[in-house]
Design a protein around this ligand. Structure first.
Ligand code: FCB
Length: 467
């Protein structure tokens, strides 16, 4: 067995988001978010839960920083809740909201952990949804105002900024398929939403740069590589279709200043657009969207294998037996991370890439000794780390890796039924318990290296949790 070293300065991190961990939705002057509203609708969240308390991080953030310290994190990716900062969407800034993140940033810096905030991880103020949400161009303007207020306050200490997390999820899951807030089923609206998200990203990038000296700004995209089930023309076209719909729709505007023509044609054919010239794209928009970035964040979880269905329409080929899937029903396919990094590097050439999220949902019991032996999660992370390392050796400019997630949390429409954490959270007592993956990750961050072969029996040598 040999050690695969990572370059000096490589950032090992963990990620969370405001709506999923903070709780305290009615405290500190916070306004209502679209996820508060959506969760209150019966049937929208699998276990009928909501994130009113979640991990109670709003009150426990000091202890949570200790958990990060114990892991040896170099950076912590969290998100800022817009409804805490500007509860009314636009206008008056809520000082208590800014104070919360200000203290968090100071606490992280004292612990030697770089704060790596995301401005929008899906918790839009409900008041803005009432005025049309992301389908309205005004929301893009409101986002710039909000971003500038946060950057002005934290920019003396925070240098790396993410504008949006996963625009595809917001547009498609939120506005086309209805699984996420605001729960719409309106494909034409989803395309307007996607455009306004991208536009607001470009505008906010400029606003952050005005407020923060030496800022590095990026956007986080959930990249899902598409493979064709067979070499048939139909299956290959199904993979092309998925790639256009999921990946290129977001990456092409940001890096090439244009929507991908074939994917636009697919949307016209589907009746989601009247014509290829999209009326919601105004003069200057594409230039704003493609403002050069310091980095790109990639969230990678799985791949899609596509085929042409009997009706010729593209569909998921469902090639993987159920028992090899994570609790999300996602295939474990670490090689896809290598392929994704190489593709993004070769086709889009970002200056720097971060894996902004990667991890797996598995539910493991606590044994009699209080141990959570989440072997599959360790194996999942191990294999993804190695594939990241391999892509780096082949030239991908990867600068850091954030595990999703620091702790179990509110997994959107799945409520608390899916556990992604390095730390288990007992949602009754709010106790945090390190899983084997936390012990293992701690060894990785300390060594800045991963063994090339995975040997679950040797993991967790230092089992004492003194965090
Ligand atoms: C990503 C989200 C994150 C979490 C993981 C499992 O799509 O960014 O909030 O839900 O998936």
């Amino acid at each position: 067995m040999s050690r695969m070293k990572f370059p000096e300065g490589f950032i090992w991190g963990a990620a969370t988001s405001s709506q999923q961990i903070e709780g305290a939705t009615g405290e500190g002057g916070r306004g209502e978010s679209i996820w508060d509203r959506f969760s209150a609708v019966s049937g929208k969240i699998e276990d009928g839960s909501n994130s009113d308390i979640a991990c109670d991080h709003f009150h426990r953030w000091r202890d949570d920083i200790e958990l990060m310290k114990w892991l040896g994190l170099g950076a912590y990716r969290f998100s800022i809740a817009w409804p805490r900062i500007i509860p009314t969407g636009t206008g008056l800034v809520n000082a208590a909201g800014l104070d919360f993140y200000d203290s968090l940033v100071d606490g992280l810096l004292e612990a030697g952990i770089e704060p790596f905030p995301t401005l929008y991880h899906w918790d839009l103020p409900q008041v803005l949804q009432d005025k049309g949400g992301w389908a309205a161009r005004d929301t893009a303007e409101a986002f710039v105002e909000y971003s500038a207020a946060v950057a002005r306050r934290l920019g003396d200490r925070v240098k790396r900024w993410v504008t949006h997390n996963e625009p595809w999820c917001i547009a498609t899951l939120g506005h086309e398929e209805g699984h996420h807030a605001p729960g719409h089923l309106d494909p034409p609206e989803a395309l307007r939403v996607a455009h306004h998200l991208l536009l607001s990203h470009g505008w906010a990038t400029e606003a952050i740069r005005r407020e923060v000296a030496n800022a590095e700004v990026g956007i986080v995209h959930n990249y899902c590589p598409a493979y064709s089930a067979t070499d048939s023309e139909g299956d290959r076209d199904a993979a092309r279709w998925f790639d256009g719909f999921f990946n290129r729709w977001y990456l092409d505007p940001v890096f090439k200043g244009a929507y991908p023509a074939d994917a636009v044609a697919d949307r016209v054919a589907a009746g989601h657009l009247d014509s290829p010239d999209m009326p919601f794209v105004k003069d200057g928009d594409m230039a704003a969207i493609s403002t050069p970035l310091e980095f790109l964040g990639i969230n990678y979880y799985s791949r899609n294998v596509m085929e042409a269905g009997p009706d010729g329409k593209p569909r998921d080929a469902k090639t993987v037996p159920k028992e090899e899937l994570t609790d999300m029903g996602w295939e474990v396919y670490p090689e896809g991370l290598y392929d994704s990094l190489m593709r993004v590097h070769n086709e889009y050439g970002p200056k720097k890439i971060y894996i902004a999220e990667n991890g797996a949902a598995y539910d493991y019991p606590i044994d009699a000794e209080g141990r959570i032996a989440d072997t599959k999660r360790v194996s999942y992370l191990h294999d993804h780390f190695l594939n990241a390392r391999r892509a780096m050796a082949d030239g991908a400019p990867l600068a850091g890796f954030f595990v999703w997630s620091l702790m179990d949390n509110f997994e959107w429409g799945f409520g608390f039924t899916k556990r992604f954490g390095l730390y288990c959270v007992d949602f009754e007592t709010q106790q945090r318990i390190p899983k084997d993956s936390a012990f293992w990750y701690r060894e990785v961050t300390a060594a800045n290296a991963v063994d090339d072969a995975f040997a679950p029996t040797t993991q967790g040598e230092s089992r004492a949790f003194d965090g």
